[in-house]
Design a protein around this ligand. Structure first.
Ligand SMILES: [Zn+2]
Length: 469
């Protein structure tokens, strides 16, 4: 046992799990845990219970055993790990940049304390993809998964039990496994609804695309028009509508007012339906008189934009989608002021974003952040401040390790202009902009990093960015 090893583990745990770190600091290690060298030389925790001893990992070669088990799984995705043990089982998943997240469930603080006095797991705890729940109630596991696991971003969710550990506490781990299954069922229900209707919507959109390409009968030139919509005054206004009509006005009915017009024997010259939903169907129960043109918003421009997108622009829709989603969640960094000192940042100039600072930085603060960041990286990771991952890119820990830079993402002037306008531009127009590849790479890192952050942080500001879309 070594106090130094335990302190390192505690330091790595404390930024994101301060309560857990404090609890472990006050806990006495479980004396029933001992350690034995496996045939390969690696140390394995061994637990004595009811006069029997059980090893958490293979006593032949725990590392190779873990690699074999991980290799049997499809690569990537989100792992719900039942049991931490000495961490051997998780190392192969962490080594893969396709692994998007790991939620570790472990029970017994004295046991965890004993493990952390022996094994340096600081690298595992520092990986932004990893979170650890100690002694969670099943509903806490559900809440943690629902908050951190987003299927389109994280891929498949799989539970990976550490057999040697789970067998020592079968009831509680069975409860955890049931909680994970419950979340999976709930998410797959949600997801299959989306997948089912998504296909239907897409099929209808494509069919409409064909229909819309056929020439439509042109509307006559309109000099005067009356537009009707549903409302308490509609019926009272019908005589005035009829009079205007008699004087040559073109009658445009929004779909909501169609039943009232038809009910009073009035035939509109055109019907407009915007943002159709299932309920829009009820407006047409009385039918649409033959020959009356129906004007619909078919998202055609967006579909055509997607269809004609050249390959080098394949990332644009995803970046745009994530950027708007981040805005909708209220997590959009303010492009107009420095997140550190508050200085105004001029529009249309290159910008520097730092996840550690939580936004864009002015040149002075960016320089200071770069110095601080590279110092922190040399000192073994920029987490001591409780800040986000250095680099903070979509692939989390792997990217942070591959690029132990300052964690600052440069955003070119062109990319900055695009970002400032992208949230309000029509989709097809936003796709039409051409960016050079370094600009695009910066944007991609930023958008995916923000989305990742959104997936891991509590989403309590759901409404504050809604006006942007
Ligand atoms: Zn500043």
């Amino acid at each position: 046992m070594s106090d130094l090893v335990f302190r390192r583990n505690l330091l790595a745990l404390s930024p994101r799990s301060p309560d857990l770190a404090a609890l472990l600091d006050e806990t006495e290690p479980d004396p029933r845990l001992s350690f034995r060298a496996a045939r390969s030389g690696a140390l394995v925790p061994v637990y004595a219970k009811d006069g029997r001893e059980a090893a958490f990992h293979s006593l032949m070669d725990p590392r190779r055993d873990a690699e074999r088990l991980a290799a049997a799984q499809p690569p990537g995705g989100f792992i719900a790990a039942l049991g931490l043990g000495a961490g051997y089982g998780l190392a192969p998943f962490l080594a893969s940049s396709a692994t998007t997240g790991i939620l570790v469930v472990e029970y017994s603080a004295p046991l965890l304390r004993a493990v952390l006095e022996e094994f340096d797991l600081s690298e595992l705890f520092l990986d932004p993809r990893v979170s650890l729940l100690l002694d969670p109630e099943p509903r806490e596991i559900e809440a943690a998964l629902l908050a951190s696991y987003i299927p389109p971003l994280a891929g498949d969710l799989r539970s990976v039990p550490l057999r040697g550990r789970v067998d020592q506490d079968p009831e509680r781990f069975a409860g955890a496994a049931a909680a994970i299954r419950k979340v999976l069922d709930r998410i797959s229900d949600d997801y299959s609804v989306q997948a089912f209707f998504g296909k239907l919507w897409f099929r209808n959109a494509v069919r409409n695309l064909f229909a819309a390409e056929r020439p439509a009968s042109p509307l006559p030139p309109i000099r005067r028009a009356v537009v009707t919509a549903a409302g308490p005054s509609l019926e009272a206004a019908l005589p005035a509508v009829a009079k205007a009509r008699g004087e040559g006005a073109f009658l445009i009915a929004t779909d909501t007012s169609l039943p009232a017009l038809l009910g009073s024997g009035m035939r509109p010259d055109a019907v407009v339906s915007i943002d159709c939903q299932a309920i829009s169907y009820y407006h047409f129960l009385k039918g649409l008189p033959a020959g009356v043109p129906l004007v619909l918003d078919l998202a055609l421009e967006t579909l055509r934009g997607l269809e004609s997108l050249p390959e080098e622009k394949a990332d644009y829709p995803a970046i745009l989608f994530l950027w708007r989603m981040v805005a909708l969640l209220g997590l959009m960094p303010d492009p107009g002021s420095c997140a550190s000192c508050g200085a105004e940042l001029a529009e249309g100039l290159p910008k520097r974003h730092a996840f550690a600072a939580g936004g864009f930085l002015c040149p002075d603060c960016a320089r200071a952040e770069a110095e601080r960041g590279s110092f922190a990286a040399e000192a073994g990771g920029g987490y001591a401040s409780g800040a986000y991952a250095p680099g903070g890119a979509g692939r989390g820990g792997a990217a942070a390790r591959e690029a132990p830079d300052s964690g600052i993402i440069p955003i070119s002037a062109g990319a900055a202009r695009w970002l400032e306008r992208a949230a309000s531009l029509p989709f097809a127009e936003a796709l039409g902009v051409g960016l050079d590849s370094p600009s695009l790479a910066g944007l991609k890192r930023l958008a995916f990093g923000l989305a990742r952050r959104a997936a891991e942080a509590p989403l309590s500001t759901l409404t504050s960015g809604a006006g942007i879309l």
